[in-house]
Design a binder for this molecule. Sequence first.
Ligand code: KG4
Ligand code: ZN
Length: 340
Amino acid sequence: MNILGIETSCDDTGIAIYSKEKGLISNKIYTQDIHKLYGGVVPELASRDHIKRISTMIDSSLEEAKLNLTMIDAIAYTVGPGLSGSLLVGAAVANAIGFTINKPVIPIHHLEGHILSPLINDDSPNLPFIALLVSGGHSQLILVESIGKYKILGETLDDAAGETFDKIAKMLGYDYPGGVHIANMAKQGTDLFKFTRPMINSESLDMSFSGLKTSVNLKIKYLKENNLFDETTKYNIAKSAEEAITDILVKKTLGAVQLTGICDVVVAGGVSSNLTLRNKFTSTQLKVFYPPNKLCTDNGAMIAYVGFLRLENSTFNYSFDIYPRLPLEDIDTIYQQNKL
Ligand code: KG4
Ligand code: ZN
């Protein structure tokens, strides 16, 4: 059985094929670079770029998997959350293909894709587990009781962790997405600035990053005014910011483990590829699972895989809608009520 996965929630076009028998047999990701000019994702341009590339990417994915369209048994696509124009491209293409080959089409929650992506690996967590979801738009601690049963234990009250990386990178003169630039600079830096770690000692599992962002901003302003903003200082700022963000994430995850008594932890979303974060988790007692490296950021493989897990939720009428805001906790009820 082969599931075609289509991810177009933001600025990555992700096309993949998951085979029940062979696992992941194709995974194509195109990260749009047009947005670099604007310092952030421009929704209109994102949807136009998805349209431009999606058919050729599906063709090359089928070629990589040595399949033709008639050998696809179901199509899974991201139904939300995300940018409406971008989501519509994936939804329309998925339903058009399903209609053409008369196969089921399965709407998938983007964040469920991220959370369950480590299950593609042979060494995967036992249910229930805790998921730390850290992406450009989300920072959440989620109790995963079973597939489809999710409880948010804590989340950011302001900026997401990835967004904080991006904004600090921008202050240091780097393009979006900035997380990887901060990580690279931090390798050469020292944690001289010891930035604030908001809410780190509060009992709540909620997080906050905006105070950290502000203190980095003020420090940069001061350094610039005093002609102290050289390359080494930039590296030190990156290191101090990375240390602060990752300390918050690890401390809150430990809090979730303490609260639930569950030690299996999944760390997913773009920020999960950060090595400092991973090293900090290694020095805890937790059993931490990550998606395969290529599946940390947005991709079609996680959508194809969750499509495989959720095949019974498929629809045959090919009428569809998209949901730019889609609550994860209610996802099973939404499926049961056939509202997707
Ligand atoms: O999951 P993702 O690809 O897209 C969203 O759904 O948001 O996550 C993208 C985020 C960006 O904020 C990016 O800066 C961050 O993940 N990111 C990183 C690293 N690689 C990507 N942040 C810190 N360290 C990294 N190595
Ligand atoms: Zn994502």
